[in-house]
Design a protein around this ligand. Structure first.
Ligand code: 5GP
Length: 240
């Protein structure tokens, strides 16, 4: 399927139309941004790594009955996906406290969260993707109560599957962000990507708080060896 018109360029991916109006081509970029694009850089090989890792995880989730937008990968950094109407929510799952949760609440880094915390942010760069309450979601008509229920149930299942999978890889799934869309049949489907850009991943065999970080925090916090960490995660994922 040949890529036609460029539809949208985001921070991490470019979306193209294809000859089939129900299928889009997502090209994953090496560009990296953080803090609402105030920090910019490049992570060599990131496009290929994030695309390949997402493919692997989407296949696992599909096999477990979770609907995803994944179709196929015509190249290591390219993914055909089903066209979706995006639900403008970032769904965050936290198994352990880190990042903005620690900053905003004082909960200590690494505190286990049982049950896992599921949070919603309004996907809008202009407002800095703010945390929203369920009431605000309905007031802003971002999703219906039935959709929020279904998204929450799917998210719980996705977390169980991913947490178990990463455990097999000797990686702790600290937290992650996912996005959903609605397909032409009205079905809620997992979209976007699952990668070290969108997950906090800690090496389960490493106790050093800097050495254990295998995700985008290495870029956000200038911890060094960003490429090496991304490549290590991909190797562990592909081996399981
Ligand atoms: P936090 O709210 O602590 O900054 O992020 C929680 C989790 O969601 C982290 O794994 C982080 O990578 C992911 N996340 C939250 N917002 C975004 C976003 O806008 N872009 C990406 N790539 N990941 C996000």
């Amino acid at each position: 399927m040949t890529a036609l018109q460029k539809l949208y360029e985001g921070k991490a991916k470019i979306l193209y139309a294809t000859a089939d109006p129900t299928i889009l081509l997502a090209c994953y970029k090496d560009d990296a941004t953080a803090f609402n694009a105030q920090k910019r850089g490049t992570i060599a090989g990131k496009g290929r790594i994030n695309c390949t890792m997402s493919e692997h995880l989407f296949r696992k989730l599909e096999a477990a009955g979770v609907p995803t937008h994944f179709v196929d990968c015509p190249a290591p950094n390219e993914m055909h996906v089903r066209a979706l109407t995006i639900v403008p929510l970032e769904v965050i799952v936290r198994n352990f406290a880190a990042g903005s949760l620690c900053k905003q609440t004082g909960i200590a880094l690494g505190t286990p969260l049982d049950p896992p915390l599921i949070e919603f942010c309004y996907k809008n760069d202009e407002f800095g993707d703010p945390l929203v309450t369920e009431g605000r979601i309905y007031a802003m008509k971002l999703a219906t109560p039935a959709q929020v229920r279904e998204i929450t149930e799917l998210t719980q299942r996705i977390n169980e599957i991913l947490r178990d999978f990463f455990q097999q890889c000797d990686i702790i799934l600290v937290d992650f962000k996912i996005e959903f869309g609605i397909d032409s049949g009205g079905r809620i489907v997992l979209g976007d990507e699952i990668s070290p850009d969108t997950c906090r991943l800690w090496d389960a065999k490493e106790t050093d708080p800097i050495a254990r970080v295998l995700d985008k925090d290495r870029f956000r916090q200038d911890l060094g060896n960003v490429e090496g960490a991304y490549q290590r995660v991909l190797e562990k994922v592909l081996a399981n």
